[in-house]
Ligand binder design. Sequence first.
Ligand code: NDP
Ligand code: 2IT
Length: 445
Amino acid sequence: MDASLEMIYDEMLQRNGEQPEFQQAVREVMNSLEPILVSHPHYTDAAILERIVEPERQIMFRVAWQDDAGITRVNRGYRVEFNSALGPYKGGLRFHPTVNLSVIKFLGFEQIFKNALTGQQIGGAKGGSDFDPHGKSDAEIMRFCQAFMTELYRHIGPHTDVPAGDIGVGGREIGYLYGQYKRITNRFDAGVLTGKGINWGGSLARTEATGYGTVLFAQNMLATKGEVLEGKTVAISGAGNVAIYAVEKAQQLGAKVVTVSDSSGSIYDPEGIDVALLKDVKEVQRARISNYAQRRSSAEYRDGAKPWGVPAQIALPCATQNEVNAQDFAQMVKGGVELIAEGANMPLTHAAIEEAKAAKVLYAPGKAANAGGVATSALEMQQNDGQTQWTFAKVEEKLEQIMANIHDTCLEASEQAGQPGDYQVGANVAGFIKVANAMIDQGIM
Ligand code: NDP
Ligand code: 2IT
C-alpha cells in the first residue's frame, strides 16, 4: 500500500486495537484499492476510506435469560450498522461463543461490499451474541431469542435494518425472533427479518441460496477455463446451512462431494456425501457430524481433522473465518486443488490467499462467492413488499442470474484495476466503487 493508504490504515489500527479480525478484513480490502484510488482522486478527497471503515452505529447490549434449571444467564448482544449508502442495513446474526466486537465488525465490513456486489439496494450490517446454542433445549433457544429481540427490536425495521441468519441462527431462531418482534411492536412487519418460514413470509430457496450460490459461482469460474463441474471431486468444510446446500447443488450439477466437517472432526465419504442423510443428521437430529459416519458404511470419521488433503479439484470452505491457513492450503494442493470458492466469510488467512494466487489456483472471496444468501434475502424483502410469493424455480433463476452478474462484475473490475482474473481485487474494487459513489452523492456524514 502507498504512504497515504498506510496512514489511513494506521489510524484505523489505533482506533480499533485488539480487533484482529476486523483489522484483517480492512487490510484485505485496502490492499486491492490502490490503483483505483490513484486513478480516481475524488475518493481520497471525499475521505471515503476513512469514513467507510467507521461503522455508522454500533450497539452492544445485555441479554439476560433463564436456563431450564431456572438459573439466570447473561450474554452480550451486538448489532453493528456499518453502512447505509445503498439501502437499509442488511446482514445476519451470529450466535457463537467466539462472537465479540471484532468478529461482528469484520462481518459487517465485508457485508457492505458483498451487498453492493449483489446489485440490490441493501446496506451492510451484522449482529449476534456470544451465546452458544450447542446443547441448549428448544425452550432455552426460544427464551434467549426473545430476550435478544427485546432489545434489538427498537433498532431494526423493514426500511431501517433487516437482520437474518448466520452461524447458529437458522429458521428456528428467526421464527422465535420474529414472534417477539411482532409481540412487542404489535406489527406484522414481514420485511423486518429474512430467512422466515415459507408459510409466513419467507422466500422459497432462501435456505438453499448461500450454498447453491457458492457452487454456481464456482461453475462460472470454471466456465472461463472451458470446464464444467460435472465429473469433478469436491471437498467441503462445515456441515451447517451453507455446507449442506453446497453439497446438494454440486451433486445436482454432476460433481462428487467427498467431505463435510464440524468443529470436532471431518467426514471422508469417497462414494459421495448422501445429502438426505446429512440433512437428517444436521437439520432434524441436530447431531454431531460423527453421527453421519455411524450411519453410512462408506464414510470414515476423522476425529479432530480438517477435511483437506483428500483428492479433490475443488475446495469450498463453508465453516468459519481463518479455517484455512497456509498448511491447510498445502494439504489442498496435495489433493490436487484447482479452484477455491469461499462459502464462509473470510475462511482463508491472508497467507493462504497469497499461496493460492502464487500457485495459480482459481480463488474467489466470500464477499462474491457467498453473496447468494443475502441476495436472496433481498428477494425475500421484495416479495414481502409486494405481498407475494414467487415459486422456487423463479427465485432460483434470479439467483443464477445474480451469481453470474457478480462473477462478471468481478472480472471486469479486476481488469479495470490492472489485475485481470483476480477475483479478490475485482470484488473489492467493484463493491467499493458502488458504495463510494453513493456516499459522495449523499454528502458528508
Ligand atoms: P451454521 O451454524 O449452519 O453451520 C456452521 C458450521 O460451521 C457447523 O458445521 C459448525 O460446526 C462449523 N463451525 C463453526 N465454527 C467453527 C469453528 N470455529 N471451527 C470449525 N468449524 C466451525 O452456519 P452457516 O452454514 O450459516 O455459516 C457458515 C459460514 O457461512 C459462516 O462463515 C457464515 O458467516 C457464512 N455465511 C452464511 C450465510 C447464510 O446465509 N447462512 C450467508 C453467507 C455466508 P459446529 O457445529 O461444530 O460448531
Ligand atoms: O454473511 C451473510 O451474507 C449472511 N449471513 C446472510 C445475510 C442476510 O441478510 O441474508
